[in-house]
Design a protein around this ligand. Structure first.
Ligand code: FAD
Length: 337
């Protein structure tokens, strides 16, 4: 649980490579679990980035000890895929903030011990509307959980809407300085989230390849004795799946390596790798559905679950289209937004 917690607070002090390898490993078995773990790690990285002494002792040490689950609550229905534009408002009341708004799709919703929430200062506080991130404890008064998650896929992750009704949060739970939200979103959330999700979808792609390989190796016909693995068309399809998987894995590993080294050219690699892993996971799950035949097309088969889970990649923001747009813009030397 303390993968992203600094060693000084009892964690592993790891970066992007470890996160992508571990989410890949979990995602191969259960993409929802990889999503839950990934969002915990992204939330942890956000807390750790500019943690105060209080935040180190109260949150990071508990996370490293395996006693505290956190997550990110950024998205809102008003701004949708543009998750960096929250309308959830904070108003300063002495040594507390009053927080009001509605977050959507909060993974680990109702299960986490804390929520990293993005906000905008109310007009009373700041006419320019500074965006800030806060840690909201699960026990704070005024949290209202909406309907349980009932997704097309990713069904094990409790990604629910959260109402924040005049929730009181101590000022010491502010992350960084007022107005730091955009810095957190692009310097911490983006790299950690994108690598966690790239790993998750890489895990699905590997699982799809494994399922196709298993079926090709074990299925043969009673009438002729012919095995599927001896059919050239299927050998070609299987080879193409492997090529796509290994190309994506190379991109993800290189993005993580460059990101961990802080290389200036890391940005397009990091932006591209979740989009590419999502495309590869959907394509390979779809191919596995064809190769594995009727047993895979059965409702709730393992392969159908992979295909449903993989489709989440294209709608989870930054979405595939936004990431490809941002990759192009960064390569052309243009600002992302
Ligand atoms: C399983 C799951 C888990 C999630 N977990 C979390 C979480 O833990 N925390 C969190 O904060 N959020 C989470 N989200 C929310 C997610 O990251 C997105 O914010 C949300 O799904 C997208 O919002 P929307 O449905 O309103 O899409 P919309 O904003 O309606 O977008 C619809 C489509 O339009 C496209 N689009 C919009 N603008 C542009 C543009 N300018 N150029 C090109 N295309 C564009 C988008 O790419 C998208 O494909 C989760 C979502 C899912 C599905």
């Amino acid at each position: 649980m303390g993968l992203q917690v600094p060693v000084a607070q009892g964690g592993h002090g790891q970066g992007l490579l470890a996160l992508s390898v571990i989410t890949e490993t979990i995602g191969k078995a259960c993409p929802s679990s990889a999503l839950c773990f990934g969002m915990h790690c992204v939330g942890t990285a956000v807390i750790a980035a500019k943690a105060t002494q209080y935040q180190k002792e109260h949150y990071l040490e508990a996370i490293a000890a395996g006693r505290h689950l956190t997550t990110l609550a950024l998205s809102e229905s008003g701004s949708g895929a543009h998750f960096y534009l929250p309308a959830t408002q904070i108003t300063t009341c002495g040594d507390e903030f009053a927080v009001n708004g509605i977050k959507q799709f909060v993974t680990n919703g109702g299960h986490a011990d804390s929520y990293v929430v993005s906000t905008v200062a109310s007009e009373d506080d700041n006419e320019e509307g500074d965006f800030s991130c806060l840690i909201v404890d699960s026990k704070a008064q005024g949290l209202e959980w909406r309907e349980p998650w009932n997704g097309f896929g990713m069904r094990g992750n409790s990604s629910r809407a959260l109402g924040l009704n005049n929730v009181r949060v101590p000022v010491k739970n502010l992350l960084g300085e007022p107005g730091d939200q955009v810095w957190y979103v692009f310097e911490v959330v983006a790299p950690f989230f994108l690598m966690a999700m790239a790993g998750t979808y890489l895990g699905i792609a590997q699982a799809a390849l494994d399922a196709a390989g298993e079926h090709l190796r074990t299925r043969s016909y009673a009438h002729s004795g012919e095995a599927l693995r001896d059919i050239e068309t299927l050998q070609t399809r299987y080879g193409s799946m492997w090529i796509a998987l290994e190309k994506t894995r190379s991109l993800v590993r290189e993005a993580a390596r460059l990101g961990d080294l802080g290389e200036p050219n890391a940005l397009p690699f990091i932006l591209a790798c979740k989009a590419d892993a999502g495309d590869t996971a959907v394509m390979l799950a779809n191919e596995a559905m064809t190769i594995c035949g009727g047993s895979a097309y059965r409702e709730n088969s393992r392969v159908s679950q992979m295909l449903r889970d993989a489709r989440a990649s294209h709608v989870m923001s930054p979405t595939t289209d936004l990431l490809k747009l941002w990759t192009g813009r960064s390569l052309l030397g243009l600002p992302l937004l």
